[in-house]
Structures are given as C-alpha cells and as structure tokens.
Design a protein around this ligand. Structure first.
Ligand SMILES: Cc1cc2nc3c(=O)[nH]c(=O)nc-3n(C[C@H](O)[C@H](O)[C@H](O)COP(=O)(O)O)c2cc1C
Length: 459
C-alpha cells in the first residue's frame, strides 16, 4: 500500500517525529510510506503551486494519509497549520475525501490532546476516514513496550485500510453566521488609567466583523491604545524548532526580522493584551499561530504574569470548545487573568457594542484592581509538566528556563511540603494505635472542615 506521510516538523529530516515514521517504515517494508516535509518546505509550497500540487497528487493516489507532527504550543506548528489552510484555499479537499487516515505526534504531553482534537476535526472536515491517533512522548521510542504499541497503531491503520473497516466522525461541520456587525456610536469612553493596552490582530479585511470589533474596542477608550497587525510586522518565518534559544533566550532570527523587537517591547510591556483573530478552520489563522510559536524563544517563562489578557474572536467559537480551551490555556499558562473572550456570535450589533464596551471596562478595572482569578487545571496541571521537565529531562538545553524556575521557586515539588508530610506522619502513627483507626475514620468529616470554619469566623 502507498501511504502519504505529511510530516509536520520544521526540522525536516532531523525531526524526532520522523524517526517514529521511519521505524514504522522499517518494520512494514511491504508498505510504501512516502514522506513530504510540508512544514519545512512551507514557503516553497506557498510560493510554487506546482510543489503543492505534486503533494496533492500523491495524496490522491495514496491508500491512506498519515499526519505526523510535533506538538507546538498546544497545536501543530504554524507551518503545518498553513499547509492545512492551503488545502481549502487551493480547493484540494477532494484529494483527501474518503481516504483512510491516522495521526501520529511526539511531544512532552503538554496539551497533546488539543492538537489531536484539532487534527481529528480537520480530518472530519475533509471527510476522511479517521482510524486512530497516537500521541507518543518524544522519548517513547527508547522503550520496547512503546515501540510495540507504535507498531500496533501502524498495523491497525494498515489493516483498517486493507479491510475497509468502518470509521466514525467525531465532529460535526461548522456553520458560519451571515451576521454583519454595524458599529454603533460610543457614548461613554473608558479611561485607560495609564494602563498600556495592546491589541494583536491578524486582520486582512478592513470591512470584516473582526476589523469592526477591533475598531469598536479601540474606540471604547478615551486614550489611544496600541493596535498591532501581525501582517504589518516583518516576520521572516515560523519557529524552526532548533531550540538554540534554550541557553539564553536568543532566537536564531535575532536581527533578521521584526518579531523579537515586537515581542520584547510592545507585547512584553503591555498591562492588558488582547488577541483579536478570525476563526480559520478549527483555530485562528496560521499567522497568529506563527506569532505564538515564535514566542518560544522566551522558553517556558510566562510574560504576562499578573497582567490581563483577553480575546476578540470572529467566528463560531461556541462550536469549537477545543479552541476555547486553547485560548484559556494561553492566558493561564502565561499567569495572566483572562478577562474574557468576546465573539460575534450573538448576531446583534447593539449587543456587540455593549459587549465590547463592557469588555474594555473590565480590562481596565481588573488591571487597576490587580484581579487574578485562580488557576484551573489547565495551568495547575500544565505547570507540573513544565516543572518536572525543566527540572530533569529538558534542563539541558533549556538552561534559561532552569535559571528562571530556580530563581522564582517554581521547583515546588511536594517532597518539600513539610507541613502536610508531618501532618500525615502524625496521623499515620495515630491510626496505628489499637482502636484508633475507627475513631479517627468517623472524625474525618468534622475535623477536616474545622480549619476552614476558623478562617470564616476570624478573618
Ligand atoms: C516551538 C516549540 C513548541 C513546543 N510546544 C510543545 C507543546 O505545546 N506541547 C508539548 O508537549 N511539546 C511541545 N514542544 C516539544 C516538541 O513537541 C517535541 O520536542 C517534539 O518531539 C519535537 O518533534 P520534532 O523533532 O519532530 O520537531 C514544543 C517544541 C517547540 C520547539
């Protein structure tokens, strides 16, 4: 069988993910896995339609398609996202329709589920027959058990194609509203109270709902705010995944384009950051994604800590809970307070005016009051993954992260949690005493709430 492998790492042949593909190829020599480094070659593919068409021709004549990609900032790399956008922009969906497909990724399991949800939804949108996904830890290939599982995944994929096994869709198609936002008059303007507000947008069409939403948000303030269109910034390309930045947060693009300057000045210094984008497939645009990927030169260091963040989104966000989760995680992982996500789904212009006005108000109010909501599982869980990884497996080459985590006491392993460890030891000793186990068991509920009640009474 012929399988078209759409390889998503900007590192091309030096990709870790690709070694998983090559391992499958070695163990299944009867099948022909044809590899296309679509992320690495994205600029060529964009410029030269023939290169794109050659890949699409191979997809057309293949028996199955394997999406093989690394996790980049909770999704696939921006270059891969761009390739996916081109499928629709160049009307190549037909080549994918009805093809058996599977998704294989490598990562450190930080939001691998959101990337896989995304890819699965894309396959459903392309009307493909999705068999399975396999989210490998990048080091799984060193384990015999995981290599066996990888081969089982591949075998299942090949068998599904050979035996024409039935598959199911997980996502329903998106429906877009025809609503056109008409800006109303601004009555009361919000004083920025000296807060620096930046809106980062990827808008292309000045007549779009997104453009009007950004405009209405800008007009809500008495003073000027900074609106940055990512298309006005010279960004030479996406993150190359080289991780040369790990030592000291210096990117290989330093001095070559304008992104790093934008990041270190306008973005880093803002008190309130709003990202404004229109939904493109099941995410925002590849341009927005590129800017988030390129921020990786700053490592795993949050840049919006204690600040306010929000999103203005045009498109059917309520139909894409996966994207909402990604946006929420973006804010939480940067230790920012998510003021809100405003969309144009209400379909009513005066309601849009009110929502954006209130949003502007809340941004400043929360910033002035230093209001930060508690983290949810997204950041609580996410930080534990980063903490453990930076402590050991990726301490090298991410030396700058290690220094930052040490300086800010982020290596808060529970082994050091003396208060709870001492308490547990005392209680273990107590219940070992004859007859005490049953006495203590019956006291758990009443004793547990007592310290909380004391706070309510005394504070
Ligand atoms: C820019 C960048 C962003 C990354 N983002 C994530 C992420 O969100 N979640 C994760 O688990 N790993 C993330 N990683 C780690 C890679 O997914 C992992 O190292 C992968 O194995 C790289 O595969 P490749 O060599 O095929 O590119 C990121 C790596 C880079 C360079």
């Amino acid at each position: 069988m012929k399988i078209a492998v759409l390889s998503g790492s900007p590192k091309g042949e030096l990709s870790v993910t690709l070694q998983y593909v090559k391992f499958i190829q070695k163990k299944f020599p009867q099948h022909d896995l044809k590899i296309f480094n679509v992320s690495q070659r994205i600029q060529r593919i964009e410029k030269d339609e023939k290169t794109f068409e050659r890949i699409i021709d191979d997809v057309k004549t293949s028996d199955g398609v394997l999406w093989a990609f690394p996790l980049y900032i909770l999704l696939v790399p921006a270059q891969y996202k761009r390739f996916i956008e081109l499928i629709w922009e160049r009307g190549a969906q037909g080549a994918f329709k009805g093809k058996y497909t599977a998704a294989l990724s490598t990562s450190i399991h930080f939001f691998d589920h959101t990337a896989h949800n995304y890819m699965r939804a894309i396959c459903d949108d392309l009307d493909m027959k999705f068999v399975e996904s396999f989210s490998a830890d990048m080091d799984d290939i060193f384990s015999e058990q995981m290599r066996t599982r990888l081969l089982m995944f591949a075998d299942n994929f090949f068998k599904a194609i050979e035996n024409k096994l039935p598959t199911m869709k997980s996502y329903t198609p998106l429906t877009y509203s025809k609503f056109r936002y008409v800006l109303g008059k601004v009555k009361d303007r919000v004083d920025t109270c000296g807060k620096r507000i930046v809106v980062v947008t990827d808008l292309k069409d000045n007549g779009s709902n997104l453009a009007k939403m950004v405009e209405r948000f800008r007009e809500s303030f008495s003073q000027d705010i900074d609106v940055v269109n990512l298309y006005d910034i010279d960004i030479k390309g996406g993150c190359l995944g080289c991780t040369e930045c790990g030592f000291d947060n210096i990117c290989v693009y330093e001095g070559k384009d304008e992104f790093i300057d934008f990041f270190n000045t306008r973005l880093r210094n803002a008190d309130i950051t709003i990202f404004a984008g229109a939904i493109k497939d099941r995410y925002l645009s590849a341009r927005m994604k590129m800017s988030w990927d390129r921020g990786f030169f700053n490592g795993h260091i949050p840049i919006h800590e204690g600040k306010q963040m929000g999103f203005i989104v045009s498109g059917p966000l309520s139909q894409i809970p996966n994207l909402r989760q990604i946006l929420e995680a973006e804010a939480e992982m940067h230790l920012a307070n998510l003021v809100g996500i405003i969309t144009d789904e209400c379909g009513d212009s005066s309601q849009m005016d009110a929502l954006l006005q209130n949003f502007a108000n809340k941004c400043v109010q929360f910033s002035v009051e230093n209001y930060i909501r508690p983290k949810t599982f997204l950041a609580v869980g996410g930080y534990k993954i980063f903490r453990d990884a930076i402590w050991a497996r990726i301490r090298f080459p991410f030396l700058a992260d290690y220094r930052f985590y040490r300086k800010h006491n982020l290596f808060d392993f529970p082994q050091k949690d003396k208060r709870y460890l001492d308490y547990s030891k005392q209680m273990f000793d107590l219940i070992k005493k004859p007859g005490m186990k049953e006495v203590v068991r019956k006291m758990i509920k009443t004793e547990m709430v007592k310290p909380y009640q004391r706070v309510v009474e005394t504070k």
